[in-house]
Structures are given as structure tokens and as C-alpha cells.
Design a binder for this molecule. Structure first.
Ligand code: EPU
Length: 340
């Protein structure tokens, strides 16, 4: 076996998904260097099998065993590629912890990632769903992704335009069997304008007695908001938002808002983004629990595992929620995590 990866058969995944559901993978590879991927994926055990790239497993729901190869990139390293004064180009390995990278950037006096503080997961997972929170998206700072292309069987570098980013969407999410992300490149600033417009951010800074916000201050405000509003996966199994916020035409949003007073809407590139949490809460699901599966009482968009729920039970609950929202609002919610 190569020293650059470890391959295990019939591997338990219980500790590798933040829902904390029980599942196994036919094969699991921990890959310490991208150079090992070519050899690993040519092995008879792994060739042609479905591949699932798993970081910290914070955006996945296993509903059954995975009869394929789980790849966990554990390569590390954050480095400055070029320092142009105001702009600094940074390279980060896929196996780094996302929030660790955010903290590193703030410690260097760099801005751009502060609104994305405390998002669970690895750096390599971040581009897959184009992580976003508190008015920022990864795609705004990302300049390139390094990945192994299983189709070409080669290591490639894709620039931002090639990554096909939009709200919680990317090329990597659309072609999950093709790409294994190995590193990202980011363009950070020494004094970028701060993004304070997302509801709650300014209020949190005021509550912290901050009058002259810095990137570090915004990061702290976001951490405080997240800790208060979202259940901590270390305490109760969950994968963050379980559904995407639906995007509808402006006319459709106006019609729904006439029929349902208080439904929040936000501008989106192709119309209006509605609050899935609001739709779910108004169907009465917030805090609902059946056996081990439930809906967080902190945030209606987060499904939780109170302990011992199976992935299939959580998925069954998700489908009931989706059906009830469809019936009441005629909107079909799409899951945000990958369902396997
Ligand atoms: N709301 C409810 N009930 C709730 C929670 C929220 O009605 O239980 C309504 C409120 O009106 C609130 C609005 O929903 O004003 C928006 O809530 P929030 O600010 O929490 O944002 P969200 O749209 O529900 C999105 C992301 C989160 C991200 C937050 C903050 C998606 C699918 N989710 O949630 O991302 O942290 O914004 O920016 O876009 C994740 O992707 O896993 C995730 C947690």
C-alpha cells in the first residue's frame, strides 16, 4: 500500500457524518496527497465504483450502505501564493478545516471570509455547494479549484468561471462522480469593504458594543449568531439547512406574499428567494419530533438526529415536510445536502 493513502474495506461511516447516522462504505480511502489519487483510482478494488468525497460529512445524509469508494482528502497546508499589497492570493489544501482557514486569514489581517465563519466542513467541501452565509458566498473570493478529474484521469486546475457557481450549486455538485477537489485558491483583501447588510449582523455588532467594525469583529458577530440560531452538530446530529431556499419569479413571490402575510423574500439573480424555514415553520414542523428524527426547535430548516435515528427515518421525515409545504404553498423544496 502506498504511504500516501490508506485503504480500508467495509468501513464504518458513523463518525464521518455530522447527522451521526449509522452507515458503512465498501471502501474508504484516506488520501494524504493528491498525487496518490491516480494510483488509488486505478486499483481493481476501486476502479469504476461510485466515488463519494467526504470531508467532515457535514452535508450528507446516508440512507443506506454506500457500495462504493469514500475518499477523504487529508492533505494539509495553507500558503500565500502572491502578496500584491492590497490583494493576497492564498492556496489551501482540501483537507484543511474551513473555519481554521477563516481564522488563519483573519490572523493575517485578510478580509473576505469573515461572513463565512464557523461553517462546518473542510476546505475541499466548500466549493461543492458554494458555501454561503450572512450575505457572502465562497464564489466571491475563490479564484480557482484544483481537482482530480476522474474522466481525464488527471489533475486539473479550474478557474472560477469553469466551476459553474450559483446559489448552493457548482459543477462539482452537478457531476459528483467526476471531480475530487484537492485544493482551492482564494483572492483575499487587506481592506475589503465589510458586508454588514444581512439581517442580524449590524444588530449583533451593536450588542457587542462595536462601533467601528473590522473583519474580526464581523467574524465574531457571525459566530455568535450561528451559535445562537443553529444547533451545534457536536451536540445534536444535523447537517445545517436541510432544504435550499426556493427561488421563484417576482410575480410568483408577490402572489404568495398576498396570500401568506409575513412570508420573507430576498432578491435573487433570477427572481426572489423565499425563506424555506418560514414555509416549514408555518406548516407546524418547528420542534417536531418522531422517535429520533426531528426538526430543530432553534431553526425550522435544520433536521436533527436526537440519537439513534436512521438516515432512512430522517429522509422519511424530510419527505413529509416537503409534501406538506408543496400542498400548502405549491412550492417544491429541494434538499440541500447530498442524499445517498
Ligand atoms: N425563519 C423562520 N423560522 C426559523 C428560522 C428562520 O421563519 O425557524 C425565517 C426568518 O424570517 C428569518 C429568515 O427565515 O429572517 C432567514 O433565516 P436565516 O437568517 O437563519 O437564514 P436561512 O435563509 O434560513 C440561510 C442558509 C444558512 C445560513 C443562513 C445565514 C440556506 C439553505 N441556508 O438560511 O446556511 O447560515 O442563511 O446566512 O441558504 C446551511 O447551508 O447549512 C446553512 C446553515
Amino acid at each position: 500500500m502506498s504511504s500516501l493513502y490508506t485503504l480500508i474495506d467495509n468501513a464504518p461511516l458513523d463518525r464521518r457524518n455530522t447527522f451521526r447516522v449509522s452507515a458503512r462504505a465498501a471502501w474508504l480511502a484516506e488520501v494524504r496527497a493528491p498525487a496518490a489519487l491516480s494510483e488509488l483510482l486505478a486499483k481493481p478494488e476501486t476502479r469504476g465504483r461510485p466515488v463519494l468525497v467526504l470531508g467532515e460529512g457535514s452535508n450528507v445524509l446516508f440512507t443506506r450502505e454506500f457500495d462504493g469508494l469514500v475518499v477523504a482528502m487529508t492533505n494539509r497546508g495553507i500558503e500565500v501564493l502572491a502578496d500584491e499589497g492590497e490583494t493576497v492570493h492564498v492556496h489551501a489544501a482540501a483537507g484543511e478545516d474551513w473555519h481554521g482557514l477563516v481564522r488563519w486569514s483573519l490572523a493575517q489581517g485578510l478580509c473576505g471570509l469573515e461572513n463565512l465563519s464557523l461553517i462546518p466542513g473542510t476546505v475541499g467541501a466548500a466549493p461543492i455547494q458554494n458555501i454561503g452565509a450572512y450575505g457572502a458566498e465562497l464564489a466571491e473570493t475563490l479564484t480557482a479549484v484544483e481537482a482530480f478529474d476522474r474522466q481525464a484521469h488527471a489533475q486539473v486546475r479550474l478557474n472560477r468561471e469553469q466551476c459553474g457557481f450559483s446559489y448552493r450549486q457548482s459543477l462539482f455538485k452537478q457531476q459528483p462522480d467526476r471531480w475530487i477537489i484537492t485544493a482551492v485558491e482564494l483572492r483575499l483583501q487587506r481592506s475589503a469593504p465589510l458586508k454588514l447588510d444581512y439581517a442580524g449582523v449590524r444588530e449583533e455588532l451593536t450588542a457587542m458594543n462595536v462601533t467601528q467594525p473590522t473583519a474580526k469583529g464581523v467574524s465574531e458577530a457571525v459566530c455568535r449568531l450561528r451559535r445562537r440560531k443553529l444547533p451545534d452538530p457536536a451536540v445534536i446530529g444535523n447537517a445545517g439547512s436541510f432544504f435550499k431556499n426556493p427561488i421563484v419569479t417576482s410575480d410568483e413571490a408577490a402572489r404568495l406574499q398576498r396570500e401568506h402575510r409575513g412570508l420573507p423574500s430576498f432578491n435573487a439573480p433570477d427572481g426572489k428567494k423565499l425563506s424555506a424555514a418560514w414555509l416549514i415553520e408555518s406548516c407546524g414542523w418547528k420542534g417536531f419530533r418522531e422517535g429520533g428524527a426531528g426538526v430543530s426547535d432553534k431553526h425550522a430548516l435544520v433536521l436533527v438526529n436526537h440519537g439513534h435515528a436512521t438516515g432512512a427515518q430522517i429522509w422519511a421525515l424530510a419527505q413529509r415536510i416537503r409534501d406538506s409545504v408543496q400542498e400548502r404553498f405549491d412550492i417544491r423544496l429541494e434538499p440541500e445536502p447530498r442524499i445517498l
